[in-house]
Design a protein around this ligand. Structure first.
Ligand code: ADP
Ligand code: MG
Length: 392
């Protein structure tokens, strides 16, 4: 789960990581009232969407006059912001962060994530802050500094000093070295205590007053740890999530929307991956990943069906079920009921294998529904691709 910048900054403040005075607002009036309280030489109005690249897309505005704050707020609220991270559809701005301006002397990059190879939490830092870190890594990999934290001992001061000296802080601004080392310890605590998957500060700035400030903030949480953190759960913003993924979550289905046009419903993540592969091999693209689970029931199949059909890109559906724990005739009943309920208008191919597959296939064939039944995976994939057309 991701949260907004203003929420990331609330967590930073809670863990002793320095941020600017700022507040989330949803109306020009609230922006105006807060600006009056803020009373600062420079006001920064920032669109709150779950995507970076806002600065370049016009989603971060600096103004000197307090009276301009509500005008800027009016302009940004309701606007659809297209950044390099939102995709062409963009994201509607519903909230803003109004904060004071910083006197930036230097912008750094800092993040914390889990290194998949070692399973250790690692700090990534660079003197090239404010830029896209992927680009820095591709063009100038020597400018990316990594420091892994041994989980047995946790963060130690020397970890922070290693990063500080590798960045050259002794040349850039020696006064920030100690606060930097302390700040990294606080970020590590945040990461561990809140079960984060990513904490990113880009840019982390050194100000002309020789202080450190987290000017931007991105925090992602490990969904499997969310149940432990009611405070974090409250930060969820459903407007920023894929509606079909939300609905799938409510039905305990593992669903990820993709860009192709063949909707797949499969039981078991491994088989779901294999199904996506075989669709590609047959010349088309899957519209989603959907795992209805090893113990799929009639109800879960029906819910999966409804979700697939709500995706406008879906031109055909491929159901691939292996009856292990689940019995195929139950799945067949689920498919038949759901197909009648949603008035299926796209081709459907069902491949059943395993326990009671024969009985399941018979039920489907005799249901009178317009569908194709198969028992072989490759044959089934070719059938559905044949009916929906190959991907461009
Ligand atoms: P994004 O990463 O989405 O573009 P950022 O929060 O990183 O958004 O802001 C983009 C740029 O805007 C920063 O790199 C910084 O130069 C400037 N900026 C952002 N917030 C402030 C602030 N409070 N004071 C001064 N400059 C700011
Ligand atoms: Mg940024």
């Amino acid at each position: 789960m991701n949260v907004h910048e203003f929420q990331a900054k609330q967590l930073f403040a809670q863990f002793g990581v320095p941020v600017l005075r700022g507040k989330e607002v949803k109306t020009p009036k609230a922006a105006s009232q807060w600006a009056a309280k803020l009373n600062t030489p420079v006001y920064v109005v920032k669109a709150q969407i779950h995507a970076g690249g806002r600065g370049k897309a016009g989603g971060v505005k600096l103004v000197k006059e307090q009276s301009q704050v509500p005008e800027i707020a009016k302009e940004l609220l309701g606007k659809v912001l297209v950044t390099h991270q939102t995709g062409p559809k963009g994201r509607k701005v519903r909230r803003l962060l109004v904060e004071e301006g910083a006197n930036i002397a230097k912008e750094l990059y800092l993040s914390l994530l889990v290194d998949r190879d070692t399973g250790w939490v690692v700090f990534i830092a660079s003197t090239e802050g404010g830029m896209e870190i992927e680009e820095v890594a591709a063009k100038t990999p020597e400018k990316i500094i990594k420091e892994a934290i041994d989980p047995a001992v946790g963060y130690q001061g020397y970890n922070g000093r290693n990063i500080a000296f590798a960045l050259g802080l002794q040349q850039i601004e020696p006064a920030v070295i100690n606060p930097f080392v302390q700040m990294l310890g606080n970020l590590y605590r945040l990461f561990m205590e809140k079960n984060c998957a990513l904490v990113e500060i880009n840019p982390l700035v050194i100000t002309k007053e020789k202080t450190l400030i987290a000017l931007d903030g991105k925090v992602s949480f490990d969904d499997n740890g969310l149940f432990k953190h009611a405070d974090v759960q409250k930060m969820r913003d459903l407007h920023e999530e894929e509606p079909l993924e939300i609905e799938a979550g409510k039905n305990n289905l593992n669903y990820v929307k993709l860009d192709g046009n063949i909707g797949c419903m499969v039981n078991g993540a491994g088989l779901a991956m294999a199904t996506m592969d075989v669709i590609k091999l047959a010349g088309s693209e899957p519209a989603n990943f959907l795992d209805v689970g090893g113990g799929a029931t009639k109800e879960t199949v029906a819910a999966g069906f409804r979700i697939l059909l709500k995706d406008k890109n879906v031109k055909g559906i491929f159901i691939n079920i292996f009856g292990g724990i689940v019995r195929c005739e139950r799945i067949a009943h689920g498919v038949i009921e759901a197909a009648k309920e949603v008035k299926l208008k796209v081709p459907l191919v069902v491949r059943l294998q395993g326990t009671n597959a024969e009985e399941g296939r018979k039920l489907l064939v005799e249901s009178g529904l317009k569908l194709d039944v198969a028992d072989d995976l490759w044959e089934a994939a070719q059938k559905i691709v044949g009916m929906t057309g190959k991907a461009a």
